[in-house]
Design a protein around this ligand. Structure first.
Ligand SMILES: [Zn+2]
Length: 644
C-alpha cells in the first residue's frame, strides 16, 4: 500500500520539538512535511529519524518547526510512505482465498501491529476519529472498521469515516472479492461469493436478536453498524472486534455454537473493549474479562443458563489446560479476574467511560462508588473482594463460577468420560445410551478435550472410540475434527493418520495447523509432519509458514514468534501502579501534542485525525515503559492461547 497519512495535531504544551510516532522497519517512509493551519505558506519539509525500539517496532522521531509548537495551534503532519511485509498486513494470493480467483488483503492491528500499517500512537490509551480514502484495482471491494462509507465507481475510490474515537489497534481494512447480504436493519454479512449463502444461512436474523438482548442489558449499541466479514483460513485468530465490522474466520462456519459464541463475544466488545478500552495492554482483562462476562449474560438470556454453563465448562477446561502449560507462576496468568458486578453498574460504567480508555483502578473505584459499604477494610478481606489478590495473583482464577445450572448438558459428557477412562472399551450396551449425534458441538468438544487430557490411551480404547464415533468426528466441524485428530496424533493411532493428512491439506489456519504440527513433532511422527508441510507450504500464509518451519526444524520449545505481537512483560517498576507509566524526563516534552480538527479530505490518503484532547501526552510514556519491558523479556504470542 502506498499513500500518505495526515495527522492533525494540536500542541498542548509550549516548546514541543519532536513528534515521536510508533513505526515499523517494514514501513518505507518517503517524506514528511507539515503545514500550519491557517497559514498560506507551502508545506514545510521535515527531517526525521527512525530509531530501533523493540522487536515489534521502531520509533519515528520527527523534528517539528518552531511554528508548530504554539499551544493550541493546529498542525497537519503528512507522512508519505509505502507498506511492505509487516505483521499487520496480510496479503493473500488467490490460492489462499476460498474462491481462489482473486487475491485478498486484510489487516490485523491487535495488539501492537498497526504501527506496520501506518505510523501512529500505537497504544490503546490514545483514541482518535479517522477518515480514509482507498483506491483499488477493478473488482476489489474495500471494507474498513468505520461508521460510514461510500464508493465512487468512476475512480474506484472507497471513502470511510469513523466518527467515534478509536485506538489505533481498532483501525482495520479488508480488500478482495467481497459481496454482502443484509441480515438485519443494521447488520450485513460480507464474504467471498462462494461462502456468502452459507454464512447468511448460519447467522440469519440472529445478529439483530443478540444486539437487542445486549442493548437491554448494557444500554444502547453505540456504533451504528454491526457488520460481519468472513475471512479465509489464513486469518490468524478466530475473530476480531473491529468496530462496526467484526472480522471472523470462515473455518468455523460449520462449528455450530462456536460461530454463535464468537459473534456474540465480538458484539459484546461493542460495549466492553471498543467503547471503554483498557488504557494499557497490561490490563487487557478490562476488555476481555468484561466482554466475556457480557457474552455469557447475552447467551444466558438468549439460550438459557444450561447452554452458558456448558460453554463455560469447555472454556474453563481450556484455561486450566493452558495454565498447566504455562506453569502456575507465569505472569500472563495474572489478572484473571472473576467479577460479578450487577448489570446496572455496567450500564453506567459504559455511559461514564464510553470512547475513553481506562485502567483497572477506574473500574474498581467505579464499582466501589456504587457499593461504598464494600470499601470497609474488614469487608475488603472477604472472599471475592480481595481486589489486590485478583489483580496481582498468578495461577488459575481464585474462584470458579457455579456451573451447576449446566448439569443437564455437562452431566452426560462427564458420565461418558468416566465410562471411557476406565482403560478398557466400555460395555456396548451402556455406550448405546449415549447418542453423540444428538449432542451439541460444545458437548462433543468437552468430551474430546477431556479424553485428550487423558491421552495416551490404550490402543484398544482408541480403536473403539474410532469405530463408535467416526461419523461424528469426521464431519465438517473443524472444532470437533481438530480435537479428535490431536488424539490420533498423541496416541500414534496409525489407522486414522490419513485423516490428519487430509485435514492439514484442507485447513491452513494458524489455529488448526499449529497445535497439530506441535503434536506431530512432539511424538514419533515428525517425518509425516515434514512431508505434509512440504506438500502444503505453498498454500500457507508466509507468517504461518515461518512458524511451522520453526516447529519442524528447530529443536526445543523456544521457537520465536515471527508473527508480530509479543506481549510485553510489565517491568516491576510499573507493576503496582494503576496509572499509566510515567514518561522518562528526557521525553517528557517531546510528545505534548494534542489534536482536534477534522480530517484532510483531499485525495486518496489515509488520514487519521486524532480527537481526544488530552491523549497525546501519553504515547511516549507507553513507549518508554515498553522499552523498559523489553529488557525483562517478552512472551511470544505463539506460546499463549490468545483469542480476541
Ligand atoms: Zn474478546
Amino acid at each position: 500500500m502506498s499513500g500518505w497519512l495526515v495527522l492533525d495535531l494540536v500542541p498542548v504544551q509550549p516548546g514541543v520539538q519532536t513528534l515521536v510516532l510508533d513505526s515499523h522497519p517494514s514501513l518505507l517512509i518517503h517524506a514528511i512535511d507539515c503545514k500550519i493551519a491557517g497559514q498560506q505558506a507551502p508545506p514545510l519539509s521535515l527531517t526525521y529519524r527512525v530509531d530501533p525500539f523493540t522487536d515489534y517496532g521502531s520509533s519515528l522521531n520527527i523534528s517539528l518547526p518552531a511554528a508548530a509548537s504554539t499551544p493550541g495551534q493546529l498542525v497537519h503532519v503528512t507522512v508519505r510512505y509505502t507498506t511492505t511485509d509487516g505483521p499487520a498486513i496480510w496479503w493473500l494470493d488467490s490460492e489462499l482465498t476460498c474462491g481462489q480467483s482473486r487475491p485478498l488483503l486484510f489487516t490485523q492491528g491487535h495488539s501492537v501491529c498497526n504501527r506496520s500499517f501506518f505510523p501512529c500512537f500505537d497504544t490503546p490509551a490514545v483514541k482518535s476519529t479517522y477518515t480514509a480514502t482507498v483506491r483499488v484495482p477493478d473488482g476489489v471491494t474495500v471494507l474498513m472498521s468505520a461508521s460510514r462509507s461510500s464508493f465512487s465507481k468512476l475512480d474506484r475510490v472507497f471513502q470511510f469515516s469513523m466518527e467515534f474515537p478509536v485506538p489505533s489497534y481498532l483501525v482495520a481494512l479488508v480488500a478482495g472479492e467481497l459481496q454482502h447480504v443484509d441480515v438485519g436493519p443494521r447488520s450485513r454479512v460480507w464474504a467471498e461469493p462462494c461462502l456468502l449463502s452459507c454464512a447468511v444461512k448460519k447467522l440469519g436474523g440472529s445478529v439483530e436478536r443478540w444486539l437487542g438482548v445486549a442493548e437491554q442489558l448494557f444500554g444502547a449499541y453505540l456504533w451504528g453498524r454491526c457488520d460481519i466479514v468472513f475471512l479465509p483460513p489464513s486469518f490468524p485468530i478466530v475473530a476480531m472486534e473491529n468496530p462496526c465490522l467484526t472480522f471472523i474466520i470462515a473455518s468455523i462456519l460449520e462449528s455450530s455454537e462456536f460461530l454463535l459464541i464468537d459473534v456474540v463475544h465480538e458484539i459484546a466488545h461493542g460495549w466492553f473493549g471498543n467503547a471503554v478500552t483498557n488504557a494499557s495492554w497490561e490490563e487487557m482483562w478490562l476488555s476481555e474479562g468484561l466482554a466475556t462476562y457480557a457474552q455469557r449474560r447475552i447467551t444466558t438470556e438468549a439460550y438459557g443458563e444450561a447452554f452458558t454453563c456448558l460453554e463455560t465448562a469447555v472454556r474453563l477446561d481450556a484455561l486450566h489446560r493452558q495454565l498447566r502449560l504455562l506453569g502456575d507462576n507465569n505472569p500472563v496468568s495474572k489478572l484473571q479476574v472473576k467479577f460479578e458486578p450487577v448489570v446496572v453498574v455496567l450500564q453506567d460504567y459504559i455511559s461514564e467511560f464510553k470512547f475513553q480508555s481506562v485502567v483497572a483502578q477506574d473500574l474498581i473505584d467505579y464499582f466501589l462508588g456504587y457499593f461504598p459499604e464494600l470499601k470497609d477494610a474488614a469487608v475488603s478481606q472477604r472472599e471475592g473482594l480481595e481486589f489486590e489478590r485478583w489483580l496481582s495473583g498468578s495461577g488459575p482464577p481464585l474462584f470458579e463460577p457455579d456451573l451447576s445450572a449446566g448439569v443437564s448438558l455437562t452431566g452426560p459428557v462427564q458420565d461418558l468420560c468416566e465410562l471411557w477412562r476406565a482403560g478398557a472399551p466400555p460395555d456396548p450396551q451402556t455406550l448405546s445410551t449415549f447418542d453423540l449425534s444428538a449432542w451439541s458441538t460444545f458437548q462433543i468438544v468437552l468430551f474430546l478435550d477431556r479424553m485428550l487430557d487423558l491421552s495416551p490411551l490404550p490402543r484398544e480404547v482408541m480403536s473403539s472410540l474410532s469405530s463408535c464415533y467416526s461419523s461424528v468426528f469426521d464431519g465438517l466441524n473443524a472444532e470437533v475434527q481438530i480435537r479428535w485428530l490431536q488424539m490420533v496424533v498423541r496416541n500414534s493411532f496409525s489407522p486414522e493418520l490419513p485423516r490428519v493428512r487430509a485435514f492439514l491439506h484442507k485447513h491452513t489456519s494458524r489455529m488448526y495447523t499449529v497445535p497439530l504440527y506441535d503434536d506431530l513433532v512432539a511424538g514419533v511422527m515428525k517425518c509425516v509432519a515434514v512431508e505434509i508441510f512440504s506438500q502444503t507450504q505453498h498454500r500457507l500464509h508466509p507468517n504461518l509458514r515461518r512458524t511451522l518451519q520453526q516447529i519442524l526444524f528447530q529443536t526445543g520449545s523456544s521457537a520465536a514468534n515471527q508473527n508480530g505481537p509479543a506481549l510485553p512483560v510489565p517491568s516491576s517498576a510499573n507493576q503496582n501502579s494503576p496509572a499509566l507509566p510515567v514518561p522518562s524526563s528526557a521525553n517528557q516534552n517531546s510528545l505534548a501534542l494534542s489534536v482536534s480538527s477534522p480530517a484532510n479530505q483531499n485525495g486518496p490518503a489515509l488520514s487519521v485525525p486524532p480527537s481526544s484532547p488530552s491523549a497525546f501526552t501519553q504515547p511516549t510514556a507507553t513507549a518508554t515503559a515498553s522499552a523498559a519491558a523489553g529488557t525483562t523479556g517478552t512472551i511470544a504470542l505463539r506460546d499463549v492461547n490468545v483469542s480476541a
